[in-house]
Design a protein around this ligand. Structure first.
Ligand SMILES: C[C@H](Cc1ccc(C(C)(C)C)cc1)[C@H](NN)c1nnnn1Cc1ccc2c(c1)OCO2
Length: 326
């Protein structure tokens, strides 16, 4: 089997949401696909009505194929301070035409305010490794982990776009979605992430600095977070930029022309256009950078601002990750 699903950007490409059908009869929910976490959770009828407002949700008792995964609970805290928790049902989950008949569906009984107010999604689908799934006392498998048996190849690809719909494909690599060749890096999945070593960086037309940068590829994070020294070197080339405590990061005049950012993957030079690095308006005539420092995060993240400039192959079989110009 192979499948493909549309990925729709929210405002400012803050997240990319995909339709996922759960239960029988199916309820289709827009879920945020997240290669940086490993829980599939949905807004549910078990939430207080106040926390469900503006959202669609899963009602396990209305699904003839739903079965309580008794004794199992989940409780996730994300790096941005948001979180959710609840209980677990086994039910059918279909993405892009691929159905997993016994998927652990983590039903929310409580969600943090960030999720209540973000009405673009009704939950997340984690595509990282099972070791960081929060179900207790036993881990549950990710949807992709369960779907792999049906796929010709244990791969999924991310083809995210700036300001328009892209797609995720499952089980195959569509050569019409990229140019040139795909360059792979070995994945170290010990921390449960799609983690690898980038080979260096360059700012605009400047010299490439060869250095090993430990990063994760994370579709669930909006921006790029790199070591402070690299970020400082980037904004040194943006006149009028400053690292603003009140804004929560680097800002600059919206009229600034931003240099591109090149990230090395082996010998491949992945280029993020300067226009991608003006993330969104801040206050007044200042704009907020798509590249920010990883200080306080504990790891470097290639989030959507980077990923939407590339075609990305996530191969869970090896594991390895591949990049090509999108
Ligand atoms: C933040 C997302 C997970 C998420 C996505 C969306 C949302 C809202 C819908 C409510 C908007 C909240 C949460 C990320 N996913 N792998 C994640 N989950 N756990 N760590 N990270 C990466 C990280 C860690 C720390 C940071 C960060 C990023 O941005 C700022 O500080």
């Amino acid at each position: 089997a192979q499948g493909s699903v549309t990925a729709s950007p929210s405002q400012y490409d803050g997240e990319y949401d995909c339709p996922v059908t759960v239960g029988t009869p199916g309820v289709t929910l827009p879920l945020d696909f997240d290669t940086g976490s490993s829980d599939l959770w949905v807004f549910s009828s078990e939430l207080p009505a106040s926390e469900r407002s503006g959202h669609a949700y899963y009602t396990s008792s209305s699904s003839s194929t739903s079965k309580l995964d008794s004794g199992e609970t989940w409780d996730i805290s994300y790096g941005d301070g948001s979180g959710a928790e609840g209980n677990i049902y086994i039910d059918k989950v279909t993405i892009g035409g691929i159905t997993v008949t016994s998927q652990a569906v983590e039903a929310a009984e409580s969600v943090s305010s960030e999720f209540v107010s973000d009405t673009s999604n009704d939950g997340l689908v984690g595509f990282a490794f099972d070791s960081i799934n929060t179900a207790s006392p036993n881990h549950v498998q990710t949807w992709f982990g369960n779907a792999e048996a049906q796929l010709a190849s244990p791969v999924f690809t991310a083809n995210l776009k700036k300001g328009k719909a892209g797609n995720y494909n499952f089980g195959y690599i569509d050569s019409s979605e990229y140019t040139g060749s795909i360059t792979y890096a070995t994945i170290n999945s010990a921390n449960g992430f799609w983690e690898f070593s980038a080979s260096g960086y360059a700012v605009g037309s400047g010299a490439f600095s060869s250095q090993s940068i430990d990063v994760i590829a994370d579709t669930g994070t909006t921006l790029i977070y790199l070591p402070a020294a690299i970020v400082k070197a980037y904004y040194a080339k943006v006149s009028g930029s400053s690292n603003s405590a009140s804004a929560g990061g680097y800002i600059f005049p919206c009229s600034a022309t931003l240099p591109s950012l090149t990230i090395g993957i082996g010998s491949y030079k992945a280029v993020v256009p300067g226009t991608f690095l003006n993330y969104a308006p801040n206050t007044g005539s200042t704009c907020f950078g798509g590249l920010q420092s990883n200080a306080g995060i504990g790891l470097s993240i290639l989030g959507d601002v980077f990923l939407k400039s590339q075609f990305v192959v996530f191969n869970q079989g090896v594991p390895k990750i591949g990049f090509a110009p999108g």
